[in-house]
Design a protein around this ligand. Structure first.
Ligand SMILES: [Zn+2]
Length: 126
């Protein structure tokens, strides 16, 4: 069974991989499953060339390579284009999900398990 990866705006192609930031803490994602070494090169390239950082941790880690290697995982993402809680009483007015959706029209929920309609991603947790 082939998994379909949706067309998403806001990705930059680095070494043939499509990279984007997710969340607000420097987390990043690449569409598809990739070897850790290739993913690290893409995340580093994206951090330096696209985000203008000095390296993947913007110089905050003395030894970024080994640390980042441990923070790269392969998982599954579900695409969300609407926030489940929007309009409900307990909805956070500063809901991060809503901000993401309004800025780039999508939000990715990422986990280790495959769900129906989820697609493969390689992700970096800062
Ligand atoms: Zn929301």
């Amino acid at each position: 069974m082939s998994v379909e990866i949706p067309e998403l705006s806001g990705f930059t192609e680095i070494y043939g991989m499509r990279v984007s930031t997710i969340g607000e803490d420097g987390d990043m994602v690449i569409l598809g499953h990739h070897e850790t070494a290739y993913a690290l090169a893409a995340f580093t390239g994206y951090s330096v060339d696209t985000l203008g950082l000095s390296d993947i941790y913007d110089g905050l880690q003395p030894d970024p390579g080994p640390t980042a290697t441990k923070a790269i995982k392969r998982g599954w993402a579900s695409l969300k284009t609407a926030c489940d809680e929007f309009g409900e009483d307990e909805h956070d007015p500063d809901c991060y999900e809503c901000i993401e959706i309004s800025e780039c029209s999508w939000y990715l929920e990422i986990g280790e398990k495959e769900h129906p309609n989820s697609f493969p991603v390689t992700y970096f947790t800062a």
